[in-house]
Design a protein around this ligand. Structure first.
Ligand SMILES: NC(=O)c1ccc[n+]([C@@H]2O[C@H](COP(=O)([O-])OP(=O)(O)OC[C@H]3O[C@@H](n4cnc5c(N)ncnc54)[C@H](O)[C@@H]3O)[C@@H](O)[C@H]2O)c1
Length: 279
């Protein structure tokens, strides 16, 4: 194959978990713009409807470009039903992006920032967040990865984070005027999930290497999304490039990791973080 043409995903069906979320929608654009079919799998039907509308406004009739499926990745039966629906709709699965996660703001942080602290972090939030971030990724590997391994071809991309490589710098989450012991923090679950995804990546990469399934991880840094200016400034100071990522800045990386252009990569952990983890 011509090397530069290998960046394409023509005829490939790529399942994206959390596909209706902020970055999931960008991964979908990466797949569509390189000729593939983006299969958006998400627990939120409403968010999927919005994502589909946005994609059809941008790309016109979606037909073979995009399919949406409602499923809970923590529920094996729900995922098996989704798998059947996807095979019915697309006839195949060529790639899986394990992207879904729980935004910590939606759990402990929304109720009380104090609850993000290790001393108060609830076992329920631990279980819920690990179920989505790790068990969900494992179940998707089990169902979609096994199918791809049986077909002797496929790609799995796990979306970790720069915080899968380093510990969070809790100073950037601090709020003025809040007592020391009550300062909000990045929750422990985020670090555990993102480091865990890297372990899953290396396990699956070696497990299915002989079956033609590659598995890699990307470690994106934070994306600008109307965060508080003080937080942005503190985070930018930790990043050699001096800025957070633009929302669409990971699209070429995702297309590369899913396409045959990365054919000699498996078990790789690729940081795309403006250099944060090398400082
Ligand atoms: N946003 C960033 O700055 C950033 C930085 C580094 C890494 N990441 C990682 O990128 C990924 C996407 O982040 P995002 O900001 O787009 O998140 P998001 O919250 O916008 O999207 C997550 C999606 O996952 C879905 N989801 C939640 N539970 C689910 C379940 N049980 N089954 C199926 N779907 C479920 C949600 O409905 C949502 O649409 C995450 O893994 C995140 O940790 C994000």
């Amino acid at each position: 194959m011509n090397t530069m043409e290998s960046f394409r995903l023509d005829g490939k069906a790529c399942v994206i978990t959390g596909g209706a979320g902020m970055l999931g929608a960008m991964h979908a654009e990466a797949v569509i713009e390189t000729g593939g079919t983006a299969v958006l799998l998400d627990i939120s039907e409403e968010a999927l409807e919005k994502a589909k509308k946005r994609l059809s406004d941008k790309y016109g009739p979606l037909e073979n470009k995009c399919h949406c499926v409602v499923a809970d990745i923590t529920d094996e039966l729900s995922l098996r039903n989704a798998f059947s629906d996807i095979i019915y709709a697309t006839g195949q699965v060529d790639a899986l992006v394990n992207n879904a996660a729980i935004d910590p703001k939606t759990t402990a942080m929304a109720i009380d920032p104090l609850l993000t602290r290790l001393e108060y972090f609830s076992a329920n939030d631990w279980t819920y967040e690990l179920d989505v971030g790790l068990k969900g990724a494992f179940l998707c590997c089990k169902i979609f990865g096994s199918y791809m391994a049986n077909n002797h071809q496929g790609v799995i991309l796990n979306v970790a984070s720069d915080l899968g490589l380093i510990g969070p710098d809790q100073r950037i989450y601090r709020k003025d005027g809040v007592p020391e012991d009550d300062q909000p923090t990045k929750p422990v679950t985020y670090s555990v999930i993102k480091h865990g995804l890297i372990g899953l990546t290396r396990y699956v990469a070696t497990y299915w290497a002989a079956n033609g399934v590659r598995c890699n991880a990307i470690c994106p840094g934070g994306v600008y999304a109307q965060q508080d200016a003080a937080f942005v400034s503190k985070l930018e100071n930790l990043i050699p490039l001096g800025r957070m990522a633009r929302i669409d800045e990971y699209k070429p990386l995702v297309a590369f990791m899913l396409s045959p252009a990365s054919s000699y990569m498996t078990g790789a952990v690729v940081a795309a973080d403006g250099g944060r983890t090398c400082w």
